[in-house]
Design a protein around this ligand. Structure first.
Ligand SMILES: [Zn+2]
Length: 267
């Protein structure tokens, strides 16, 4: 059985606690970042700590108010008082409000009273990537694999005068789709994990093209010939994108972007 613990972490127990669910709950941290709570009756929603009213938790939006709250662990239901179909909030504080704090407290109550609750419904976990809040494996996969397309210079890549074969390889590498051993193993091809060049680490796209000691030596040679001081970025796509972003090339001008593409791709 799987239950959501007091701290919002999935807990597995019983027969499956050490098996399937143990692996599934490892992904909870990533999963929960794509969700928000829709408060209904409010018993499962923490008033201060969960995101249910606005874009952030009330404790983060109003830290000085949270500091003097009497019950910092209260649920929405604990503090909600129904008067007919009107919702009132019974939030108590450990001391009286000071004059200089009035604006902050006003903003806090204004935020809380602006929340529209369907108190006759159960609390819901809303899946943000899908329009209707309903989880689908496809939308989760998409949110995990989507790349910052807007930052990537696709247009300048395809306008480059390098041979089409080189352009296609760069494009595939940026998408992480070239035939490195980690990609081949994902396709269930039985192959050694190690990098074919250094045989010291796993062969991922970023390792093979950026971090492998042999690839690094090649990059150093290219940069020294171009007289560039360079700090290698985390991934191939970030590296390509940096050549088109003003300031993305250390100690170089903006015009170096296409130039760098051209030199490296021609090489
Ligand atoms: Zn290597």
């Amino acid at each position: 059985m799987v239950a959501c613990g007091a701290d919002g972490v999935l807990e597995g127990n019983g027969t499956y606690g050490v098996g399937v669910w143990k692996h599934i709950r490892r992904g909870w941290g990533v999963f929960v970042r794509h969700t928000k709570l829709v408060a209904g009756e409010g018993t499962h929603v923490k008033f201060w700590r969960d995101i249910w009213c606005g874009e952030e938790a009330l404790k983060d939006a109003f830290p000085s108010v949270f500091l003097v709250a009497c019950d910092q662990e209260a649920s929405v239901a604990d503090l909600m008082v129904l008067s007919g179909d009107q919702v009132q909030w019974d939030v108590t504080f450990s001391r009286a409000t000071q004059d200089w704090e009035m604006n902050c407290f006003e903003a806090f109550f204004s935020r809380v009273y602006s929340a529209r609750l369907q108190v006759s419904c159960a609390d819901k976990l809303w899946w943000i990537p899908a329009g209707k809040g309903i989880f689908s494996v496809y939308s989760f996969y998409k949110s995990l694999t989507c790349r910052p397309d807007s930052q990537f210079p696709w247009r300048s890549l395809w306008r480059n005068k390098a041979p089409p074969k080189a352009l296609f390889f760069t494009w595939a590498a940026a998408l992480g789709k070239i035939l490195t051993t980690d990609n081949l193993r994902k396709c269930r091809i039985i192959i050694s994990y190690w990098c074919c060049m250094c045989k010291k680490e796993g062969e991922s796209v970023d390792h093979l093209l950026l971090y492998c000691e042999i690839a690094r030596a090649l990059w150093s040679e290219v940069f020294s010939r171009l007289e560039l001081n360079w700090v290698m970025l985390a991934s191939v796509v970030e590296l390509l994108a940096s050549w088109a972003i003003p300031g993305g090339v250390p100690q170089s001008s903006v015009e170096d972007g296409p130039h760098m593409h051209h030199v490296v791709l021609m090489a």
